[in-house]
Design a protein around this ligand. Structure first.
Ligand SMILES: Cc1ncc(COP(=O)(O)O)c(C=O)c1O
Length: 418
């Protein structure tokens, strides 16, 4: 056997993930992490399974170490295996998980949320962000007796929202036409025009108050006034901004109080928990819209959430994570400039898009793909967005700098010569 063939053979034999991938493909409909389902090109370089995680680091089946900058679609704000989460899990071990009764933690988590978020007078829990957003939409429709919802951003995979995301197999066509995205962000006249057009049937304006675009001064206040003028509710989807931007969400930072707020993701640092919260008079509709699910009162997620919220209350986690995010932004911007590119880290420092300017046939997507492939090979996952966690260290940032420098160089090499 030639040496190179032998090397490849040894490599394959030693690859512990390969047989697991084969087993997975035989039984799982989605055998890979979420961002790989519509990104076939990264499936070969990206590990599919982790065996261990600590802070920002993950280890795969082959013992390779990676820095996780995606953190489970952004839910792991503190980091993997954070002592606060570990301790809460250990303390709760041995207690029933879901029973015929509720656990006192449910009250305590709701108390913490009402003390942190200006809009929260009443709270109801769910398992996913999509649950909270769907409940918000139904509550708004029930409270106003209207149907139409103006949206900005992503509000989950449920039919009320997904119906207007283009032609989706499996969608009842008549569900479409009850929501519309208002664009561009920060354009008051654009929201106003759509609100005027749908005034009679406008139940709510639902929006992500910030992330890729930060609101300009007065913008959220203007949207609040537009909602009031039309008798519609204002809903903030704070799935990303809650805890990551500020412990009290974007509503605290910008001083605009919505009628309803949806939170999830970092609410329990990776355990499945979301919440819809809002004005007492509006929240009473939760009991009229048929809202509930088997695992709603799961005491493990609530125990962890209680510990996380106490920690967020007593420590400036968001401040710390945003400072780390600014360092990450600088690293990316510098790596891009050094390679002669104009790439920029865009949006909230704690959740940034890594953008490239299209050049010739290489658009944003193509450049991001090249960048991600190379950075993954250099031990940083995945990378299209960058989400720092509290446990991200200076040593992690050094490794990221090496990977980003290499990634940007490879992008530059692929560009057509000018
Ligand atoms: C702003 C926003 N809203 C809603 C959702 C849906 O949350 P989930 O995936 O937990 O259902 C997401 C998920 O990424 C999100 O980013």
């Amino acid at each position: 056997m030639r040496l190179s063939t032998l090397g490849r053979w040894i490599g394959r034999e030693g690859d512990r993930e390969r047989p697991l991938r084969r087993r997975a493909e035989a039984v799982l409909a989605q055998p890979w992490a979420p961002f790989l389902w519509n990104n076939e090109q990264l499936r070969d370089v990206m590990p599919w399974y982790f065996v261990r995680g600590e802070g920002a680091r993950l280890w795969d089946e082959n013992g390779r170490e990676f820095i996780d900058l995606e953190l489970g679609l952004g839910c792991t704000l503190l980091g993997h295996n954070h002592p606060v989460v570990r301790e809460a899990l250990l303390q709760h071990a041995g207690q029933p998980i879901v029973t015929s009764l509720l656990h006192r933690h449910e009250v305590e988590v709701a108390e913490l949320l009402t003390s942190l978020f200006p809009s929260a007078e009443r709270v109801v829990f769910g398992k996913n962000g999509s649950d909270a957003c769907t409940a918000a939409a139904r509550v708004a429709r029930a409270a106003t007796g209207r149907n139409f919802i103006l949206c900005h951003g992503f509000h989950g995979f449920h039919d009320w929202f997904a119906a207007d995301m283009g032609t989706l197999p499996g969608m009842v066509p008549s569900f479409a036409g009850y929501t519309k995205q208002f664009l561009p962000f920060n354009d008051v006249a654009a929201v106003e025009a759509l609100a005027d057009e749908h005034s009679q049937d406008l139940a709510a304006i639902m929006m992500e108050p910030a992330y890729r675009h930060l609101p300009q001064e007065g913008y959220l206040q203007a949207v609040r006034r537009i909602a009031d003028k039309h008798g519609a509710l204002l809903i903030f989807d704070e799935m990303i901004t809650a805890f990551r931007m500020h412990r009290g969400g974007a509503q605290t930072v910008y001083g605009v109080t919505p009628d309803l707020t949806c939170v999830g993701k970092s609410l329990a640092n990776g355990l499945p928990l979301s919440a819809l919260m809002g004005r007492k008079d509006v929240m009473q509709y939760v009991n009229k819209i048929f809202y509930g699910m088997t695992f709603q009162h799961d005491s493990v997620a609530l125990a962890v959430s209680r510990a996380c919220l106490q920690y967020y209350r007593d420590h400036d986690v968001a401040g710390d994570v945003n400072r780390k995010g600014e360092k990450l932004r600088q690293i990316f911007n510098d790596a891009s400039a050094a390679a002669g590119l104009t790439g920029r880290g865009v949006g909230l420092a704690a959740r940034m898009d890594l953008d490239f300017t299209p050049v010739g046939h290489l658009g944003l997507h193509e450049q991001r793909q090249i960048f991600a492939r190379e950075t993954i090979k250099h031990g940083v996952l995945p990378v299209r967005v960058a989400l720092p966690c509290e446990m991200l260290t200076d040593a992690d940032l050094e490794k990221i700098q090496e990977a980003f420098t290499y990634g940007c160089r490879q992008v530059a090499r692929s560009l057509p010569r000018r």
